[in-house]
Design a protein around this ligand. Structure first.
Ligand SMILES: Cc1cc2nc3c(=O)[nH]c(=O)nc-3n(C[C@H](O)[C@H](O)[C@H](O)COP(=O)(O)OP(=O)(O)OC[C@H]3O[C@@H](n4cnc5c(N)ncnc54)[C@H](O)[C@@H]3O)c2cc1C
Length: 322
């Protein structure tokens, strides 16, 4: 029955997508692009439109065109914290990999484009004997994505601590937000859900010998390899840690390790990671998440909240309806 329902949804979405306009060629948007390949999980259906604007002026035209055609606009970074519906999405999805790729060091500051990947940034800083970003070496997201969730690691280090200012494209204008107008919390910031597109960020780093930075980054990566399923497709932590506990501990205590739904499985190495064997669908992952959430709620009374974000049209799967 579930499979039949999915087929109906797919044909509905394809019908809708076909009714959509061709985008003007100068916007360089492709139609029905598979965005699974732009995600770390490699799951999910097509986007009605996808583009990598070459610069901010094309980005401006793309956003104007999306607004005038009443199409939602979504920015994809490393695609490492999103789960995209199997039936795809009717939206204009853009990547800032080309338009926001600058990396400029000035003393111990770096001005970095929102499309730059965190591990590349951490390595470039280390080469200039600058520390502060070592924690980000194993986070496969962009600066723009990291500023939505205040990406960080278990010891409390997070990108928000380093931020001096952020340039955003918001409601048709480029604005600079200084630190005092931004708020950073655990896996949440004032930028999340604001609709502002992060173009650049200025980060304040600290002088540190390159060898020390490299040594710490190597240690952090080894730690991940020991404790996380780094060799398999996953989306990082699936649920947020509740106050004074960890989602991994709660899932393991509820007997969740190894649990499967379709091609998706709770990692045997770390219970807050869902891995898949290439046959899974996004729907399998969402169903497995719901099963985990239900088991943990009944075992501990805690309702886990997803850390990954759902991208789809219409009603999201139950586990994402908070
Ligand atoms: C193996 C693995 C390990 C991970 N480890 C960690 C970890 O240790 N700590 C941690 O915090 N997270 C971790 N994550 C989760 C993820 O990497 C982070 O949340 C990351 O910051 C997401 O960035 P992204 O560019 O991939 O964002 P995406 O997944 O592409 O997008 C996430 C959200 O950010 C928005 N967004 C992206 N770019 C922009 C922009 N320029 N402007 C406005 N909005 C934007 C998107 O629209 C979306 O809403 C891990 C994920 C994986 C797969």
């Amino acid at each position: 029955m579930v499979r039949g329902m999915r087929r109906t949804e797919i044909s509905y979405h394809h019908l809708m997508a076909r009714r959509l306009l061709e985008a003007p060629s100068e916007l360089m948007l492709s139609r029905d692009e598979s965005i699974a390949r732009h995600t770390y999980m490699r799951l999910g259906g097509p986007a009605a439109y996808f583009g990598e604007p070459a610069d901010i002026s094309i980005l401006r035209h793309v956003t104007d065109w999306a607004i005038s055609n009443q199409l939602p606009l979504r920015v994809i970074g490393g695609g490492s914290n999103i789960l995209i519906a199997d039936e795809g999405i009717i939206a204009v999805v853009i990547s800032l990999r080309a338009a926001c790729a600058d990396l400029r060091f000035e003393g111990s500051r770096v001005c970095v484009g929102g499309g730059v990947m965190l591990p590349a940034l951490a390595r470039a800083a280390a080469e200039r004997n600058l520390g502060g970003l070592e924690f980000a070496i194993g986070i496969p997201g962009t600066v723009g994505g990291a500023l939505q969730t205040n990406a960080g690691i278990g010891d409390g280090r997070a990108i928000g601590e380093l931020v001096e200012a952020v340039d955003v494209f918001d409601k048709g204008a480029v604005r600079t937000l200084d630190r005092s107008s931004l708020a950073f919390h655990y896996r949440r910031t004032s930028l999340s859900g604001s609709g502002a597109i992060v173009l650049n960020a200025t980060l304040q780093l600290v002088p540190r010998p390159q060898a020390e930075c490299r040594e710490e980054m190597a240690r952090l990566l080894q730690g991940r390899q020991r404790t996380q399923p780094t060799a398999e497709r996953n989306a990082g932590s699936i649920f947020r840690n509740p106050a004074n506990d960890t989602a991994g501990r709660l899932i393991e205590a509820a007997g969740g390790k190894g649990l499967m739904f379709g091609g998706a499985q709770v990692s045997e190495l770390h219970a807050n990671f869902i891995v898949h064997d290439g046959t899974a669908t996004a729907s399998d992952v969402a169903s497995l998440m719901l099963e985990i959430q239900t088991r943990v709620a009944s075992a501990s009374g805690t309702t886990l909240v997803p850390e990954v974000e759902w991208w789809g049209d219409g009603e999201p799967p139950l586990v994402f309806r908070q």
